[in-house]
Design a protein around this ligand. Structure first.
Ligand code: URA
Length: 245
């Protein structure tokens, strides 16, 4: 691999910046200054750039607690994206695995591992995704049954059976006199095995209810780290990477 590509992949700068800085003598390979950006690395060399050791990591994995208000895309001309939240040095080949709506919070995996992303997202794989949601209105046992049987959501979407758990409901009758009955809310946990566009919002819409807050808690074996505040991220541990594979 070329030296400038190696350094660019590791987030040390753009290819043109790197070419300039390599020409200036800022890179060394196995203790010798190398001024040729096209110098070929065979693997296993010690590469230093601007005095720092730069080891090559082929695949990287981050767990992001996506906040509401940012979009799940790699780049956007106007809106802030989930990749903008990953600070430098940042590889340029990162992407989010799947999408959460702009107003949805929670677990988002960010990686450059296309094979893993494909395995997690492939429609036939049915990787479990668990969400917690606040729903406008009272979610009933009838809704639980309908979700468990699978729903015809609209002409574009038939949802597979999903597990719906009612965690709590709040109504005026709970002693909250300021709360009108039409302001009743339910807090639920829902497990789906697919990930179609606006899936959960559309499923609730199909039973006459609206999602007012949505947060993804887990995806397959990966669970959102409670120590991460919205907008924060960390590398996956080796154990988490193994579990995903
Ligand atoms: N379902 C939705 O409706 N939105 C999301 O962001 C994820 C699942």
């Amino acid at each position: 691999m070329r030296l400038d590509k190696y350094l660019a992949d590791m987030g040390c700068g753009t290819r043109s910046e790197l070419r300039r800085r390599i020409h200036k003598g800022e890179a060394s390979v196995d203790g010798k200054t190398v001024k040729d950006p096209g110098f070929t690395l065979k693997g296993g060399e010690e590469v230093l750039f601007a005095g720092e050791n730069v080891s090559y990591e082929e695949k990287v994995y981050y767990m992001l607690h996506k906040p509401a208000g940012v979009i799940s895309a790699s780049e956007d001309k106007k809106a802030e994206t989930v990749l903008d939240l990953i600070r430098e040095p940042k590889r340029r080949d990162l992407f989010p695995v799947g999408r959460l709506d702009k107003d949805t919070e929670g677990l988002l995996l960010i990686t450059n591992d296309g094979d893993l992303a494909h395995r997690l997202l492939a429609p036939g794989k049915h990787v479990d995704k668990v969400y917690e949601a606040a729903i406008d209105g009272i979610v009933t046992e009838e809704d639980v049954r309908k979700f468990s049987e699978g729903l015809v959501v609209d002409e574009m979407l038939t949802a597979l059976p999903a597990k719906l758990e009612i965690l709590k409901t709040e109504t005026a009758a709970d002693g909250n006199s300021a709360m009108e009955n039409e302001n009743a809310r339910s807090f639920v946990r829902i497990t789906i095995h697919e990930g179609k566009f606006h899936q959960i919002k559309r499923m609730f819409h199909a039973v006459g209810k609206e999602v007012i807050y949505l947060k993804r808690i887990s995806m397959g074996p990966l669970t959102l780290d409670e120590d991460l505040a919205p907008g924060e991220y960390r590398r996956l541990t080796d154990k988490e990477i193994q579990a995903l594979r």
